[in-house]
Write a protein that binds this ligand. Sequence first.
Ligand code: TXA
Ligand code: MG
Length: 323
Amino acid sequence: MTGILNRTDRDIAAAAALLAAGELVAFGTETVYGLGADACNAAAVAAIFEAKGRPRFNPLICHYATEADAFADVEDNDTARRLAEMFWPGPLTMVLPRRATCRVAQLAGAGLATLAVRVPAHPVAARLLQAFGGPIAAPSANRSGHISPTSAAHVLADLGGRIAAVIDSGPCRVGLESSVIDLSGAEPCLLRPGGVNLEAIEAAIGKVRQPPSSPTTSNLRSPGLLESHYAPALTLRTDATSVQRGEALLAFGLPLPDARLLFQLSAARNLNEAAARLFEGLHWLDLNAPGHGLTSIAAMAIPHSGLGRAINDRLTRAAAPRD
Ligand code: TXA
Ligand code: MG
């Protein structure tokens, strides 16, 4: 059963407590309703992908109560501070390098070295962030492939029964997702047009690059289609039934014999736990395998159901021939 909460202080506190317990809570923002989870809790973030039925792990936006909170997790710069001053709180998301001290789960950022951050303006989102006291990861609160919700009724129709609660926050003022701007490179680059228009952004910070339209980037209007994911430095082999010389093991359940180095995704073969640990595991193996003289990863087979599809999508990409 999905609870329907209201805008009272008591209900906002109840929603914050659900988040703290690792549950999913949908809430209104000025753009669209978000499906929120504690961004620092990898299992809770994995549950977002499961509830959405997302076949891939796309990096999610982390929502913060204040600019100072956001810039505590990512490295700010002059352009970012200027944009924050102009458009936060509001429908603008900035992609910036994670700080070494960033507490957000790797899965929330799909294992990338950057993180998308935003300070929303909607009073319900602002109060929830304040009450929760930490970053909330939230994609739009719809099932994968469905349209983004702009009312609590939309959320319930799509995700009712799959999430702990939705806060009825009224209709969304903007009604389409935030603009996403990448400030982690040499020049600002608009990754997704959205709630703050390009002209306003350029008036604030000057020329902004837009990705050239190619078969992969022309899809960027739809959120979540950006093909940037953490690629392990090591080569990877999927569906391994034995560990060969030079291989570290990415285990799922009872490990294959003879592994000199292994990372266990889930001893209990729980797909949610495996999803939550996947990017941590790939980073960890990249870091530790070379010291053991190992050059590649043997990944045990993962069942192709539920979050297993997203895990397999990621592993297949990592296993694909490199340029
Ligand atoms: O308006 C919005 O932005 C809504 C509300 C709930 O805040 N949220 C939203 O989140 O649309 P999501 O997770 O569906 O969209 C995130 C977008 C995707 O296009 C994703 O590829 C991009 O931001 N993104 C996230 N992290 C990124 C990163 N580190 N580098 C590049 N793009 C990133
Ligand atoms: Mg979406």
